[in-house]
Design a protein around this ligand. Sequence first.
Ligand code: 5AD
Ligand code: SF4
Length: 466
Amino acid sequence: MSLTDCEREDAGASFLRDAAAVRDRLYPRRPFCSVLTFGCQQNEADSEKLRGMALEMGYQLTDSPEKADLILINTCAIREHAELKVLSIIGGYKHLREKNPELIIGVCGCMAAERHRAEQLKMRYPQVSFVLEPGELSMLASRVLTALSGKRSFLYTDPADFPHPTEGLPQKRIGGHRAWVSIMYGCNNFCTYCIVPYVRGREKSRPSEAVIAEVRELVCSGVKDITLLGQNVNSYRSDCDFADLLARLAEIPGDFLLRFMTSHPKDVSPALISVVGSCPKVAPHFHLPLQSGSDAVLKKMNRHYDTEGYLATVRALREAREGISITSDIIVGFPGETDADFEATLSLVREVGFDMIYSFIYSPRKGTPAAEYPGPVPSEVAHERMNRLLAAADESARLRALPYAGRICRVLVDSPSRDGRAGIMSGRTDTGKLVHFSTGNETVGRFASVKIERAEAFALYGTEMP
Ligand code: 5AD
Ligand code: SF4
């Protein structure tokens, strides 16, 4: 369902009303707000909204939570490790609250949408003033108002009831010449290991005209690299599908690149492959999470594709776009994963030749089907598999990087090199590879032509061409 203009105004309009009330309440002070972000790019994008909303409420931004009067922690629930880290950080903020009793701490993001976590925060973390689920961003000012009157809010909204979360909300971008644009929210896929559909609710696509207007504005303001975001962008649907949307965005005049993530292998359509193959403004990079190279495990994960189908998609992408880089996510230690299943994953990794793999040890998530599956893989076995996968991933990345040596690549310049050496800048190729190169021009946010002299698995080294 696409939004009417009236609904679109609602999120922004109701927020702006509450934000004005917060501003009145704070006036003439301009206290500080610090936003901390964990997890995926979607959270990075949501944090830009949190920052924009904080400014609108009359706060000034600071990177230092110690200095802040409002701390917003944008959390991730995808693995237990991420949750424990956040809980320990919140625990550490107890002393900040003791020093500054006016301090407001809000827990936002996916953890806030887990009922048991919200309950835990309410009962065991008195320093937390409110939770704010990913679908409720527009309620930020209302939660802050309640907190300013000394009350705590731990409401639970059923994700199914989420209104459209972000249309019309203010936003403070921090990416410079790179930008995120959310094109849809939520997920309908219910992979059996994954918490996302429970905490972010069902898929909702933004209207295409809103996405196109946003991208056009970014390009006009000089942004060079735009990543379209969604849990499964391939199932985007408004008045057009994702392939059409991408093709329409690629028609916007200007010198820029379009990226997108994440794609679900079951939904990569021939039309999408053809757009990736034929539009130079679409980056020659495809993130295609495999998760496992065993058909039996893929079935238990509820992924709706098999290894043969996956390989066929990879082949089609490589035929459509020469030199395309393919990256992936892989989980090891899924319940019941046998040695043979894991060997099948390793062998598929070698067969595909990924440019980069993000690998994860399976983490049981309360409320997901896989958390109840038999055959948990012992931790030492999972770690041993992880180490073997990392070695295979390194080798695969090295083999994919080698042919870059000697080539001239277009590189979007991001920053001076991290080690601070004068005359060395860092950036990324259109395929997403990190490049360190020597140059006399230290301007960032421009495309440079770089001759690659040396290629390592995760970095290329070269010199800018005149
Ligand atoms: N355990 C480990 N990894 C997970 N991912 C999602 N859920 C889990 C989990 N419960 C991984 C998947 C996904 C990536 C974003 O995180 O590989 O693609
Ligand atoms: Fe999670 Fe699967 Fe949805 Fe990705 S597609 S967010 S892994 S349920």
